[in-house]
Design a protein around this ligand. Structure first.
Ligand code: FAD
Ligand code: NAI
Length: 466
């Protein structure tokens, strides 16, 4: 009889966990994945990336039809109405199809789904739904949950104070939505409800939106969202929220101190970050300690300090992004199988899927300057023929390279398709490209991507179209 029930047991079936499980099974390892949610796919497929993109896409179409963008192309529309139930319905369809798709892939690859929440008994065994299961290797991929704001109680069912899960499922368009936190979730979901007709106010503690992005991008973001009609209150903190029936009264004051004031809203979205899921896992039973941010630390191979226990995704340090979790899932499975699984954490793209999109990979200009001498090339989307033809004037591409070697250190981009454009920048950086390499690569015309080529030309010389 085998010493363990499984070679690999993955805890959590989000993009990190389900990918790790599938790759482990593909590599011939007997694999199970414990997931307590009713469907596979984790935060991303159930209440994150996928439903948010379904609503972003639908609301963008509605906004274009209703707010006159179609007139730019000579398209006249009659009265444009919103059927919110149908829009929510198409979102649920996407989620159902994609989560069902993971279930199909589990069956196809012979990954056993253990239904229930797992808790460690020791480094090689867990309890799931009352059953003890043993494995030679256990991968923690439990993801993250919303960070609560002290003193503010989220009630997604009531729909007045909501988190991202509640904001994805509203059955009415709020009159006034106040978003606490001007990060990725606040701007994406704030954009959805603004496009569908809500007045949206974003209250951000810091002096700029989108922490972690390049300084120029952050400044431009505030301008663009203000132009779109959002009320952006930077350097402002929420000190309390009182709810009376369907109304909320927020008390806010300058982050640096000063006079308090109030804002009335019928919906408040709390979006101040996410924190790792470790409660109830029984980490004390295996002697695994957390770092100061509540994360599980691993080495380069995603091994924790406890032999046979590995960790990936949102529960470990690094950006909380689905593609980072997925790549770590592949790498950890390969390392368990004795291969060499590597993730280059210096080249992980990030994208905010608003209109325009905000995307970046590598170092910000500020961080690059701290490391040494740099050169920067910038090109505005206004001068890009395709963006101009598509009536998409906002944005720019910025390429940052090492002053001596010209090696590309970072690329930042605001454009309608920035999320797609950033892939070639990530690939170039992965291959160790210089700005000259990008500048001398033939780009199809007319495409938004030509703006990246011209920004690269601007690093060492001059772009043609500016
Ligand atoms: P998760 O996806 O959180 O999955 C962890 C799973 O583990 C969960 O299903 C949970 O039920 C399960 N679990 C937890 N504890 C246990 C246990 N003890 N036993 C069994 N199961 C357990 N990222 C992007 O890259 N692009 C986007 O567009 C994007 N949009 C987002 C939009 C929103 C609104 C949110 C909230 C997040 C978004 N993200 C996006 C972030 C992305 O969802 C996460 O980075 C990603 O899901 C992390 O993957 P993971 O596998 O580490 O964890
Ligand atoms: P975030 O970290 O992006 O933004 C939170 C914002 O809230 C920050 O700007 C912070 O300064 C601000 N804040 C914190 N406390 C505050 C307070 N008391 N008052 C006012 N502002 C306050 O976190 P967010 O938006 O909740 O997203 C969580 C994670 O989910 C992110 O790490 C992101 O990577 C991931 N995500 C990714 C998406 C994507 O890739 N497109 C989409 C949505 C989420």
């Amino acid at each position: 009889m085998a010493e363990y029930d499984y070679d690999v047991l993955v805890i959590g079936a989000g993009p990190g966990g389900y990918v790790a499980a599938i790759r482990a099974a593909q590599l011939g390892l007997k694999t199970a994945c414990a997931e307590g949610r009713e469907t596979l796919g984790g935060t991303c497929l159930n209440v994150g990336c996928i439903p948010s993109k379904a609503l972003l896409h639908g609301s963008e179409k509605f906004d274009e039809a209703r707010n006159g963008t179609f007139a730019n192309y000579g398209i006249k529309t009659g009265t444009v109405e919103l059927d919110l139930d149908a829009m929510q319905g198409q979102k649920l369809d996407s989620v159902k199809q994609l989560t069902g798709g993971i279930e199909f892939l589990f069956k196809k690859n012979k990954v056993t789904w253990l239904k229930g929440y797992a808790a460690f008994e020791d480094a090689h065994s867990v309890t799931v739904a009352g059953q003890k299961v043993t494995a030679k290797n256990i991968v923690i991929a439990t993801g993250s949950s919303v960070t609560p704001l002290p003193g503010v109680t989220v009630d997604n069912d009531a729909g007045v104070i909501v988190d991202s899960t509640g904001a994805l499922a509203l059955n009415r368009v709020p009159e006034h939505m106040v978003v606490i936190g001007g990060g990725v979730i606040g701007l994406e979901l704030g954009s959805v409800w603004r496009r569908l007709g809500a007045k949206v106010t974003v209250v951000e503690f810091l002096d700029q939106l989108l922490p972690g992005m390049d300084g120029d991008v952050r400044k431009e973001a505030a301008k663009i969202f203000k132009k779109q009609g959002m009320d952006i209150k930077l350097g402002t903190k929420v000190t309390g929220v009182a709810v009376d029936g369907g109304k909320a009264t927020l008390t806010v004051e300058p982050a640096k101190g000063g006079e308090a004031s109030t804002i009335e809203a019928d919906c408040v979205l709390v979006a101040i970050g996410r924190r790792p899921n470790v409660d109830g896992l029984g980490l004390d039973k295996i002697g695994l300690e957390l770092n100061a941010r509540g994360q599980i630390e691993t080495d380069h191979d995603f091994a924790t300090k406890v032999d046979g226990v590995w960790a990936i995704g949102d529960v470990i340090p690094g950006p909380m992004l689905a593609h980072k979790a997925e790549d770590e899932g592949i790498a950890v499975a390969e390392n368990i199988a004795g291969l060499t699984g590597i993730v280059n954490h210096d080249v992980i793209p990030g994208v905010v899927y608003t209109m325009p999109e905000f995307a970046g990979v590598g170092l910000t200009e500020e961080a690059a300057k701290e490391k040494g001498e740099i050169k920067v090339g910038k090109f505005p989307m206004l001068a890009n023929s395709r963006a101009k033809t598509n009536h998409e004037p906002d944005g720019f591409v910025k390429v940052i390279s090492d002053a001596k070697t010209d090696r590309v250190l970072g690329v930042w981009c605001i454009a309608s398709v920035a999320g797609t454009m950033i892939a070639q920048a990530a690939q170039a950086m992965e291959f160790g490209a210089t700005s000259e390499d990008i500048a001398y690569t033939c780009h199809a015309h007319p495409t938004h991507s030509e703006a990246l080529k011209e920004a690269a030309m601007a690093v060492t010389g001059k772009p043609i179209h500016m």
